[in-house]
Design a protein around this ligand. Structure first.
Ligand SMILES: *[C@@H]1O[C@H](CO)[C@@H](O)[C@H](O)[C@H]1NC(C)=O
Ligand SMILES: *[C@@H]1O[C@H](CO)[C@@H](O)[C@H](O)[C@H]1NC(C)=O
Ligand SMILES: *[C@@H]1O[C@H](CO)[C@@H](O)[C@H](O)[C@H]1NC(C)=O
Ligand SMILES: *[C@@H]1O[C@H](CO)[C@@H](O)[C@H](O)[C@H]1NC(C)=O
Ligand SMILES: CC(=O)N[C@H]1CO[C@H](CO)[C@@H](O)[C@@H]1O
Length: 370
């Protein structure tokens, strides 16, 4: 009897000790993760470290680690809105270098296509202007295509020359919206929320808004017909149409460009969000998303922030792309007659970009008179 008691006692003490040591080690490993993650999160841009470390350090205090956070309870991320104190994301204090609000003055404005672009991507913008961007009117409604840019940092190569060229481009085409923040992939959420701000302030007469990237071709004929079918008078509301990602989580591979550390985002899953190449919304959704952004703390992956957290906060459901009105990869075998089944054609790689002009010709041949 006494032996058995002693055995139980020793077991309990051993287990407790092991548990305590394990916890200390785990905690230490987590803190190490925080200490080193800032530089690892942006290896390709060492000169940007300054600001990044400071955001990380505040996050360290903001999100004390508990095992609970590894679960899927991502609402905790944005429920904590006393930390929603970013001048741009939460207070919308955008300084527009280029505003071009006259672009929205058409009486029957139906659709605005807003294209994320970078200051140096002059060629991509030219290619868009020469193809789908040249279509201003179809089936009795007006369309306008504009580009959304940030600024190069002064110390970047030829930054002044590039900025001069951007200003010249804007004078000539009047289709550039530029904010004064640094154009960088870690700053895309600034660009994206600025887009919401711009539509709300300067372009709220449009019925629909499309957000896309400058490596994606839009079939404007298909797009207009599709939207007119859904809503002949354009009075649709709560419409958010995209290729929705469900049950996805952050990339945890350290060398990946999109690596997210546990201190930046301690949960396993994201809410449902849209694939980045494009989404289509009714204009009321843009206003509602902008409003929701007042209370959702900054998160650097813009698709997750704008098409994930914000819709989730206001209870807006994504409408999945329908089979004959979705997207495809810009490849030979997907072109010709097959272009008619897609609204968007993606050219992420140079080998796909080679088909840019052919895609447009195929759209003009097979889709313009559908
Ligand atoms: C993002 O923009 C801000 C404001 O311009 C800038 O201070 C910061 O360095 C930028 N971040 C990155 C990673 O470029
Ligand atoms: C557009 O702006 C006007 C004036 O600010 C406002 O009255 C109207 O409600 C806005 N439209 C929408 C759809 O929010
Ligand atoms: C359309 O796509 C199908 C399936 O990928 C392919 O077999 C066919 O050859 C394509 N048609 C044209 C005209 O390119
Ligand atoms: C694509 O077409 C435009 C004019 O429509 C032309 O200026 C450009 O050189 C063409 N690009 C290629 C790669 O053929
Ligand atoms: C819809 C369709 O046919 N998509 C095709 C585009 O091209 C790639 C590569 O050949 C195919 O895998 C897709 O199925």
């Amino acid at each position: 009897m006494r032996y058995r008691l002693r055995f139980v006692l020793i077991s309990v003490i051993t287990i407790t000790t092991v548990t305590i040591i394990f916890n200390i080690l785990a905690q230490q490993a987590y803190l190490d993760g925080i200490k080193y993650s800032p530089s690892e999160g942006c290896t390709s841009q060492p000169e940007m470290k300054g600001r990044e470390i400071s955001t990380m350090e505040t996050r360290k205090i903001r999100t004390p680690f508990t095992a609970n956070m590894l679960k899927d309870d991502f609402t905790l991320f944005y429920k904590n809105y006393k930390y929603a104190d970013d001048e741009l994301i939460n207070f919308h204090k955008y300084k527009y270098i280029l505003k071009n609000d006259l672009a929205c003055s058409a009486d029957d404005l139906f659709l605005v296509i807003l294209v994320h672009s970078a200051p140096r991507n002059h060629e991509e913008r030219t290619a868009i202007r020469k193809t789908y961007g040249s279509i201003r009117f179809h089936s009795g409604v007006s369309i306008v295509t504009l580009f959304v840019l940030g600024m190069l940092q002064k110390r970047e190569e030829n930054s002044e020359g590039v900025q001069k060229a951007v200003l010249k481009e804007s004078r000539r085409y009047m289709d550039i919206i530029q904010g004064d923040f640094v154009d960088h992939y870690r700053n895309l959420t600034y660009k994206h929320v600025m887009l919401l701000d711009w539509v709300t302030r300067f372009c709220n007469r449009t019925k629909f808004v499309v957000k896309t990237d400058d490596d994606t071709m839009v079939d404007p004929f298909h797009l207009i017909e599709f939207l007119l079918l859904k809503s002949p008078d354009g009075q649709t509301s709560n419409f958010l149409y995209c290729s929705a990602f469900r049950n996805q989580g952050p990339v945890r591979i350290r060398d990946d460009k999109w690596f997210v550390s546990y201190s930046e985002y301690p949960y396993k899953k994201y809410p449902t969000y849209c694939e980045g190449f494009a989404y289509i919304t009714s204009t009321d959704v843009i206003h509602k998303l902008l409003d929701a952004s007042k209370e959702v703390p900054f998160y650097w992956i813009d698709d997750v922030y704008v098409t994930g957290f914000l819709p989730h906060k206001i209870g807006l459901k994504h409408r999945d792309m329908e089979p004959r009105h979705s997207y495809n990869i810009m490849l030979q075998e997907n072109l010709s007659k097959n272009v008619t089944s897609s609204i968007f054609l993606l050219a992420k790689y140079p080998s796909q970009r080679d088909f840019w002009n052919q895609s447009w010709n195929d759209i003009l041949t097979h889709s313009a008179n559908r």
